[in-house]
Design a protein around this ligand. Sequence first.
Ligand code: HEM
Length: 360
Amino acid sequence: MASVARSATRAFARSNPVRPAARSARFAVPLQTVRASGRRGYSSEADAGKSNSTLYWGIGLAAAAGAGYYFYSNGDVAKASGPFVPTKDDYQKVYDEIARLLVEKDDYDDGSYGPVLVRLAWHASGTYDKETGTGGSNGATMRFAPESEHGANAGLKTARDFLEPVKAKFPWITYSDLWTLAGVTAIQELQGPAIPWRPGRQDRDVSACTPDGRLPDADKDHKHIRGIFGRMGFDDREIVALIGAHSLGRAHADRSGYDGPWDFSPTVFTNEFFRLLVEEKWAWKKWSGPDQYTDKTTKTLMMLPADLALIKDKEFKKHVDRYAKDSEVFFKEFSDAFVKLLELGVPFTTDERWVLKATS
Ligand code: HEM
């Protein structure tokens, strides 16, 4: 049933490319419609009991916490005899909890916190500099000023706060693993591709904050985009694939200054961003805000100058065309590039990645 809904949703998104919509309307495919029959049972009561009985062992434990050494006593099976080493099942529980909250807390933006979680995972990771090996998702340094105050990170407190109850329930997971796992969860739960993920990131202190200016500016051109993503180690194909995440969510006037969604289904991961880029006509929006484009047909969508750079540059455009035509190719190449993004600079101790199970 759920997969039928999923296919129908995608077919719908493809066959209804440009639908007039009011600025504040809920968009084409509300998450709850897609989810309605797909909710699964959760063992949240059991999980809650488990976390409540987590035993903190003072200073010694605090020292061990960074390495994931929490001691659990979970009622039926006493595990207090050794260090707690989380398994795939434990990470699946974290995934399930994030997915559950995404459904429960639907009174936000277009009905989902998913897009802003994807942006958190990306901004936590996109600070990586391959020359110095600094930045990247390892550390979760956006918890601290000055990084949390960087202009590019405006609005991401919403995503960090959303995840606090998850961190409280599963205190053994590092923020760095949690934020990247939340990005993975959001993409999968919003009907996107499977994203293989592995744990192993360690939180770092304020001294590891990255300098401002490592994330891309929305008002810049192809040279800037290549420079920023090249510093992380991405080629043209990967850059275009990654920016396809703009099929999700919207810009907010009180955050970046820009305003509006990129397509009509901002809570469903699709290749619509690319299709609209090539098939729709884009004109400068007449308003008092920063320079951005609007679609000529409905004037309800938007593109950033940096988005339009993807069709102005011939090499980028090749990939835009490929992805506009073929959603499966986009899903595959996005997944590969997103896995790479979330792993930049992380000193993993395991090669094994898991595809955690989506809820529908
Ligand atoms: C040239 C590269 C990029 C630029 C200039 C850019 C810029 C922006 C801007 C200005 C916003 C609006 C923020 C707001 O006002 O809330 C935004 C939102 C977003 N970006 Fe990007 N971005 C880029 C690449 C990426 C990448 C690589 C990803 C993920 C892989 C991504 C994912 C998102 C998502 C999901 C949102 C929506 C957030 C929400 O709904 O709250 N972006 N981006």
